[in-house]
Design a binder for this molecule. Structure first.
Ligand code: C2E
Ligand code: MG
Ligand code: MG
Ligand code: MG
Length: 291
């Protein structure tokens, strides 16, 4: 009896194809509704300039507080949302929420940009750039405060198909970034043919750079080549002081990672920004006092 119930328990961890299909199906049918009921939320992760540590902007990262499955990360549901053809609705949702925040900061005299992750599918949608232009106009946000992130594998899967949309987005004046750089098969030289402004070094290399000379070499060469092509270079996955200092020393422009902050809910981001500006003000006052 004991063996039988443990057997059952084991089976419960290996869902059948039917169960997996059912879970996916439930996910997508509930997703649209969840965007309206507030169960789909955006978390924001700060990005800082190196070496000044000034807050430049935040990356919008979607979260789904699912009533049955708990807090889901994008890797768990974005593929299903894409497969169901709902990803444009997701992108519009995130873009809208993110631009509301930027506008709110602008109204308070803060210049903080936002980065939104795109699905490859948006690059095949020729209407997408008009949608972005309309969203910027609606929220009265200048294009340079919006970054759109595309994964390297996504763009490189079909560069010819992506190119018209990339060009149109570039013409709007938004910042185009290639995310997770270094994990795909493309070279930076090839990237030169695309109208991109920024590369984000994949976190796997940044994690390893303190202990692995190979990772350190990869990071260094992306920074150098990126700069020689006129690109802004961002490192994601900065978890330790050493990594931040090494990146600053090699001239990497921007850092993002748990060391600076984890992705934060809207409320926690506000608190973080306030603490940060108070600290900066305190430092300036101190300098005045000592002078
Ligand atoms: P990404 O754009 O490369 O985002 C960075 C991921 O790394 C985030 O995971 C973030 O939480 C995590 N991260 C950041 N700093 C650190 C660090 O120092 N250490 C570690 N261990 N992890 C760190 P998350 O939020 O689970 O997002 C996963 C991916 O899902 C994103 O990767 C992005 O490609 C995609 N994604 C997120 N939001 C959206 C969205 O709104 N639309 C679409 N299409 N994709 C999204
Ligand atoms: Mg990203
Ligand atoms: Mg990434
Ligand atoms: Mg990623």
């Amino acid at each position: 009896r004991a063996a039988q119930s443990s057997g059952e328990r084991t089976r419960a961890y290996v869902p059948s194809m039917g169960q997996m299909f059912l879970r996916r199906f439930q996910l997508v049918t509930q997703f649209r509704q969840s965007m309206e009921t507030g169960q789909v939320k955006i978390h924001y992760q700060p990005k800082i300039a190196l070496p000044s540590r000034e807050v430049l902007g935040v990356e919008a990262l979607v979260r789904w507080r699912h009533p049955d499955f708990g807090d889901l990360h994008p890797d768990e549901f974005v593929p299903a949302v894409e497969a169901a053809g709902l990803v444009d609705a997701l992108t519009d949702f995130v873009l809208d929420k993110a631009l509301i925040k930027v506008r709110m900061w602008m109204d308070r005299g803060l210049r903080i940009g936002v980065a939104v992750n795109l699905s490859v599918r948006s690059l095949a949608n020729l209407d997408f750039p008009d949608g972005v232009a309309a969203a910027l106009a609606r929220h009265r946000v200048p294009p340079e405060l919006l970054t759109l992130e595309l994964t390297e594998s996504g763009v490189m899967a079909d560069p010819q198909r992506a190119l018209p949309v990339l060009r149109a987005l570039h013409n709007l004046g938004v910042v185009l970034a290639v995310d997770d750089f270094g994990t795909g098969y493309s070279s930076l030289a090839y990237l030169r043919q695309l109208p991109v402004d920024e590369v984000k070094i994949d976190k796997s290399f940044v994690f390893g750079m303190g202990s692995d000379l190979g990772d350190l070499a990869v990071v260094r060469s992306i920074v150098e080549l990126g700069h020689s092509l006129g690109l802004t270079v961002v490192a994601e996955g900065v978890e330790e002081d050493v990594a931040r200092d090494q990146l600053a020393a090699m001239g990497c422009d921007v850092a993002q990672g748990y060391l600076i902050s984890r992705p934060l809910s809207e409320e926690r981001l506000e608190a973080w920004l306030q603490a940060r500006t108070a600290q900066a003000r305190g430092l300036r006052d101190e300098m005045v006092l000592t002078l």
